[in-house]
Design a protein around this ligand. Structure first.
Ligand SMILES: [Zn+2]
Length: 308
C-alpha cells in the first residue's frame, strides 16, 4: 500500500493525473491483482478503447476500476474525486459543497453537492466496532433549517425547528476516544435502548445523567448520575463538549443543518472527530470505503432519512 500524502504538494505529485488515480484504485480493489467480479478469474487485460477497464480473459466481461463503487458511472474525472476526498477528509472543519465547487471549478452546485454527498456516504466504515470500556452518553436538540433551497418567491425566511440527537463518547485515559452520533425520533426508553445496542459493546459501562430511558439496556453496566440539567456538563463533560463542537461546526461550515440529511452530516462529523489525530490517513480510509461500498444513486441520497 502506497503511503498517504501528508501535504497538498505530495498529494498533487502522487495523484497528478487520471492514470495515477486509476492505478491507486486498482491497487485498493485488487491488492493481489485483478479478480473478475463475475467469474472470479484472475487473468485479464486493460482495454485500450475504454479507460481504466479490464476485460476478463476467462469470461470476457469488462470491469471498470470504478464499477460497483461509490464512483460508479460518475462522469467526473477521477482527479476531481480524489481532490474532493482529500479536501473533505483532511480539512480540520470540513468543507461545504459551495467551497468544493469553487475550489475544483465544478460546473454546478448540484454536481458539487452530489459529489460531497456521495463521499459523505462513505464516511461510515462498515466494519467499525462498537464503543467499549467507559462510555458517556446523553441526548441533545439541535436547530435545523426547514427550507431545502431559497424559495422562488423571494421570501427567504427559514423557519427553524429542533432535531433530537443521541451522542456517545468512549472515555480513554480521562479523555475522549471515539464518538458516535445518532438522529433519534424521541427520548423514549425504547429509542435510547436501540441506540445503546447499536453503538455500545456488551460489557461496557454507560455513564448517563440518570434518565430512566437508559436503565432498560441489557448487557451494559449502567452508572447513572441523577442530576439537574444544569449540572449535566459537569458529570458528562466529553459528550457535552462534542455536542457543543457539533453545533458550532454545523453553523460555521453549513450555516445550520437540514433535517433531511442530518444523519449523513453527523456521520461526517464523527468521521472527522474519530480521525482528528490521523487526518492524512483519513483520506486513505475514506477512499478505501469509497471503493468497497456499493454504488450510491441520486435517489438514495435524496431519500429522507427521517420524516418531515
Ligand atoms: Zn470473468
Amino acid at each position: 500500500m502506497s503511503a498517504f500524502p501528508r501535504s497538498l504538494l505530495e498529494f498533487q505529485r502522487q495523484f497528478s493525473d487520471e492514470a495515477a488515480c486509476a492505478a491507486y484504485l486498482a491497487r485498493q480493489r485488487w491488492p493481489e491483482g485483478f479478480v473478475c467480479p463475475v467469474c472470479g478469474g484472475k487473468r485479464g487485460w486493460a482495454l485500450e478503447t475504454k479507460a481504466w477497464t479490464t476485460e476478463c480473459a476467462d469470461c470476457g466481461c469488462q470491469t471498470s476500476v470504478t464499477a460497483g463503487t461509490v464512483m460508479h458511472r460518475s462522469k467526473l474525472p477521477l482527479t476531481v474525486w480524489f481532490w474532493a476526498a482529500y479536501l473533505m477528509a483532511t480539512h480540520s472543519n470540513g468543507i461545504s459543497a459551495t467551497q468544493i465547487r469553487s475550489q475544483l471549478g465544478l460546473g454546478s452546485y448540484k454536481t458539487a453537492w452530489l459529489l460531497c454527498a456521495k463521499l459523505r456516504s462513505a464516511m461510515v466504515n462498515p466494519e467499525r466496532t462498537p464503543l467499549s470500556g467507559l462510555v458517556e452518553m446523553d441526548e441533545t436538540t439541535i436547530p435545523f433549517r426547514t427550507h431545502e433551497d431559497p424559495p422562488a418567491s423571494g421570501q427567504g425566511r427559514s423557519h427553524q425547528g429542533k432535531m433530537l440527537v443521541a451522542g456517545a463518547v468512549e472515555i480513554m485515559d480521562g479523555g475522549p476516544g471515539r464518538i458516535r452520533l445518532r438522529v433519534i425520533p424521541d427520548f423514549s426508553g425504547e429509542t435510547l435502548k436501540g441506540v445503546v445496542k447499536e453503538t455500545v459493546a456488551s460489557g461496557a459501562t454507560l455513564k448517563t445523567d440518570g434518565w430512566a430511558g437508559y436503565s432498560a439496556s441489557d448487557d451494559v453496566a449502567h452508572d447513572p448520575h441523577v442530576i439537574g440539567p444544569m449540572a449535566a456538563h459537569i458529570v458528562l463533560p466529553w459528550v457535552h463538549r462534542v455536542f457543543s463542537n457539533l453545533k458550532t461546526w454545523a453553523l460555521g461550515v453549513y450555516h445550520g443543518l437540514r433535517r433531511k440529511h442530518l444523519q449523513s452530516y453527523l456521520d461526517e462529523f464523527v468521521f472527522r472527530f474519530n480521525r482528528r489525530r490521523t487526518r492524512h490517513a483519513a483520506f486513505r480510509s475514506l477512499l478505501g470505503i469509497v471503493t468497497t461500498k456499493g454504488p450510491i444513486t441520486y435517489d438514495m441520497l435524496i431519500a429522507p432519512e427521517t420524516k418531515g
